[in-house]
Design a binder for this molecule. Structure first.
Ligand SMILES: C[S@@+](CC[C@H](N)C(=O)[O-])C[C@H]1O[C@@H](n2cnc3c(N)ncnc32)[C@H](O)[C@@H]1O
Length: 340
């Protein structure tokens, strides 16, 4: 996708990921992260690289899997409490900014309600996946004609730096889907403190948290019977093959996801089924894999309400209200930025 497409208030997409054409900086970062991750004693790859066009589509399929309760629970919360959430935020002019927006199915519930309430809202979805932003903005313009939308293709932290310039009205930041659970605990604090720095006093944050629950439900959610989550994780290796000239044989890697009771997270891996070597041309390296050696691909932390409240207070946010689904599997928490 080209950078800086169109200028109208209803259709702008700004691409911060491909600003350094012909040698996109994002591609260099991908290569460096792969080199660092696969050179580590315990091999790992950042989960953000799962999300190219195919990865984003696979994630939409995961959301439709019967085992993946997270989406239905958060959908229920937003449908049930949309009026309360909007009433707490107030009905002045707002920028609704969504980090890691994906297909935005749940966000439409809030947007539709804001438009019905005649709230002057500009929607700014931010996502590392350019196809997710392109599809979401196109669909939204059809479904909610006249909506003011500015899509931003960007990694979270670049997006956060960009949004520090937004001080014309109240900013309401959405971070749904328990995306926050993909950070290691220290990373979640860095993310929240960066967000706090970029926001103005009185801005709001709505964050989705997947709560701790029966382990079997967690195991089922990350090991769907259709194998979609396995394909989703394998997309990381497929991307390395396609974009960095890798020769991973995908059949020779097994997806494995388990709950780690000490960290309190679902931990996902791709495991080499045999001793093998993989060459990645773009970084001029060959990596060796022992039989059953793992590559860590994703952490998905699960939370207690107490953990969530500590995260808020440690990073300068006041908790306004917690909203739960009827099974208490998931929580959307509304916080306000406090600087004075
Ligand atoms: C688990 S999906 C959730 C999507 C959406 N928030 C929801 O609740 O349905 C994560 C989304 O965040 C995006 N994403 C992941 N890591 C990112 C990063 N580091 N910076 C920006 N976007 C990221 C992905 O492209 C994907 O669309």
């Amino acid at each position: 996708m080209s950078k800086n497409v169109k200028n109208s208030d209803t259709g702008e997409i700004l691409d911060l990921q491909s600003r350094h054409i012909p040698c996109p900086k994002s591609q260099q970062e991908f290569a460096i992260d792969v080199l660092l991750g696969l050179s580590h004693t315990h091999k790992w790859l950042p989960c953000k690289y799962i999300y190219d066009e195919r990865g984003s589509l696979l994630f939409e399929q995961i959301m439709a899997c019967p085992e993946y309760y997270l989406t239905d629970c958060e959908m229920e919360i937003l449908k049930t409490y949309k009026k309360e959430i909007i009433a707490k935020i107030g009905k002045g002019k707002i920028n609704l900014v969504e980090l890691g927006a994906g297909s935005g199915e749940k966000t439409k519930i809030l947007l539709q309600e804001m438009i019905t309430d005649n709230i002057d809202v500009t929607f700014i979805p931010i996502d590392i996946s350019s196809s997710a932003i392109r599809n979401f903005t196109t669909n939204l313009k059809k479904q909610l004609p006249g909506i003011k939308i500015k899509g931003l293709v960007s990694e979270y932290f670049k997006g956060i730096r960009w949004l520090s310039n937004l001080n014309c009205c109240t900013n309401v930041i959405l971070f749904l889907g328990s995306n926050i659970g993909n950070f290691e605990p220290a990373g979640a604090n860095v993310f929240l403190s960066s967000l706090w720095n970029a926001c103005n006093d009185g801005d709001y944050l709505v964050t989705g948290f997947d709560l701790k629950k029966d382990i079997q439900l967690l195991l089922n959610a990350y090991n769907d019977s259709g194998g979609v989550t396995a394909e989703f994780n394998l997309n990381l290796l497929r991307r390395i093959n396609n974009e960095l000239g890798g020769d991973f044989d995908l059949k020779e890697f097994q997806y494995y996801s388990t709950f780690d009771a000490i960290s309190g997270a679902m931990q996902s891996y791709l495991i080499s089924r045999k001793k093998q070597y993989v060459v990645i041309d773009e970084i001029n390296r060959m990596f060796s894999f022992k039989s059953w050696e793992s590559i860590h691909t994703e952490s998905s932390y699960k939370f207690l309400v107490d953990d969530i409240e500590k995260l808020a207070s440690r990073n300068g946010f006041e908790i306004i209200e917690h909203f739960f689904d009827s099974k208490n599997y998931f929580m959307d928490s509304l916080w306000q930025v406090r600087k004075e």
